[in-house]
Design a protein around this ligand. Structure first.
Ligand code: DUC
Ligand code: ZN
Ligand code: ZN
Length: 464
């Protein structure tokens, strides 16, 4: 007799963004087709007793193979980044497709697709980065690409070659509104950073710790306020990515209280690192933007996680090698922190850090963990209900989680292309033991399947 299912996940505790319950899950053709007390009749039965069975992580903020300045090379390609993602319990990642000046979005996309094709171990879905918002890009390309499933893009308020003027931001936000795409923004005041950086360099303050000191909280707070005001003027919802502190959070909360659709994202580095982590001989390892702050800001971000200021928790995985002149030891970085590539690896450690510090320490429920790591990403970016939940008809994107396994985070056990982790020695409780993408086991007990085949997933236009 033909079995009813390709796979049954049996005897686990299923966690969704709303419920926790004991059930078996039946999978056929890559989708969840049954959820019941007991199921039988499968080619393979996976024993999930003692495990949490959750939607695989969706990391909606990762950078892979992104050009990052002269002589700088990102540490991950699509093979290594998605391998690392899979080991970390993720089933979908959303990397950025960066538009160079003068480049069309389509050309940028075809370059990234060329790099990703056949290399991915989990599913991927690209955001765009709009750096050159010409009338052709805003009037023709963005609307056409939104119809084809590229339904989100990021704008930058800082960085040469990426930053947009306020006028350009308004025009780009208007294009988001007309095309139904989701707008995201990196909110830091570029002039203020340049002013403080020039002053620091004049004073000879060039060590990595001055990266954090020249991007203080008001730099982020002011830009967050301005970005929200521009979104209000354009009449468009907006995601404020990588929020690091209370003052930026308060801008989001105030805007929401006025009825604006403003969403917030935070990341592991703002929960467990501080600016002091940049104040050491190897401080370059932790240079990222916005920078990690202090313990008061960590506590504020935890409040934001608990109280719903943050809709999503992403890694902002942006990996460079440390011991490498194409990475954190870029020769110019010796002269000034200005030249140290901005970004840290984190796609593989994102889920364990939040589970351990959040769920195990009693700050959030397992359901909220699922919402923050999977479901809300799917909702925000047009992947729901195909992804981000455990429900009949959804893709069988599932992580089996051992809630008791104790692990010391260390470079030795990770699978990214970087040669370090910012979380070396950090102890976590809770670990992914099996990752399944569309019904196919990609990682089981620390071993990667040889036949993983991640796909690019076009997305729906997101609902507000
Ligand atoms: N912004 C990001 O989103 N990632 C890395 C660096 C940055 O500034
Ligand atoms: Zn950014
Ligand atoms: Zn980023």
């Amino acid at each position: 007799m033909t079995p009813s299912f390709d796979t049954i996940i049996s005897g686990g505790t299923v966690v969704t963004a709303s419920d926790t319950f004991k059930a078996d899950i039946g999978i056929r053709g890559g989708r969840i087709v049954a959820i019941a007390d007991t199921l039988t009749g499968a080619a393979e039965v996976i024993d999930a007793s003692g495990r949490l069975v959750m939607p695989g992580g969706i990391d909606s903020h990762v950078h892979i193979s992104q050009p990052s300045g002269e002589g700088v090379v990102m540490a991950d390609d699509f093979d290594s980044a998605t391998r690392s993602a899979a080991f970390g319990g993720n089933t979908t990642v959303m990397p950025f497709c960066f538009q160079e000046q003068g480049q069309s979005l389509r050309d940028a996309l075809s370059w990234y697709h060329g790099l990703a094709e056949g290399q991915c171990h989990v599913d991927v879905s690209f955001h765009l980065i709009v750096s050159d918002p010409t009338p052709q890009v805003l009037g023709q390309e963005l609307p056409a690409l939104a119809e084809e499933g590229y339904t989100s893009f990021k704008m930058f308020m800082t960085y040469e070659g990426l930053k947009l003027t306020d006028r350009q931001i308004l025009e780009t936000m208007t294009a988001a509104k007309l095309s139904g795409a989701r707008a995201m923004i990196h909110a830091e005041n570029d002039d203020a950073i340049n002013f403080l950086r020039d002053q620091a360099e004049l004073a000879g303050d060039t060590a990595p710790k001055f990266h954090a000191l020249t991007r203080p909280i008001p730099v982020e707070r002011e830009a967050t306020h301005r970005a929200i005001s521009l979104a209000e003027i354009a009449g468009v919802p907006l995601v404020i990515v990588h929020v690091s502190n209370r003052e930026a959070m308060e801008e989001i909360a105030r805007a929401r209280a006025r009825g604006l659709k403003i969403y917030g994202e935070t990341c592991p580095q703002y929960l467990v690192l501080t600016a002091e982590d940049l104040d050491s001989p190897q401080g370059a390892k932790n240079v990222c933007s916005p920078p990690p702050r202090d313990t008061a800001s960590q506590a504020a971000c935890w409040e934001g996680i608990e109280q719903g200021i943050f809709n999503v928790y992403s890694s902002d995985h942006c990996p460079f090698r440390y011991d490498d002149t194409a990475g954190k030891k870029h020769p110019m970085g010796e002269k000034s922190f200005r030249w140290i590539p901005n970004g840290i690896p984190g796609v593989e450690t994102r889920l364990p850090i939040l589970f351990s510090e959040g769920v195990v320490k009693g700050r959030i429920s397992p359901q909220r963990f699922v919402a923050l790591t999977a479901t809300n990403h799917a909702r925000l970016y047009g992947l729901y209900p195909r992804k981000g939940t455990i429900a009949i008809g959804a893709d069988a994107d599932i992580v089996l989680w051992d809630p008791e396994r104790q692990i010391t985070l260390s470079q030795d056990i990770l699978h990214h292309g970087s040669d370090y982790t910012p979380y070396e020695g950090f102890e976590v409780t809770g670990w992914p033991v099996l990752t399944m993408v569309r019904g196919q086991v990609v990682v089981r007990d620390g071993t990667l399947s040889t036949s993983s085949s991640g796909l690019h997933i076009p997305r729906e236009k997101p609902q507000a």
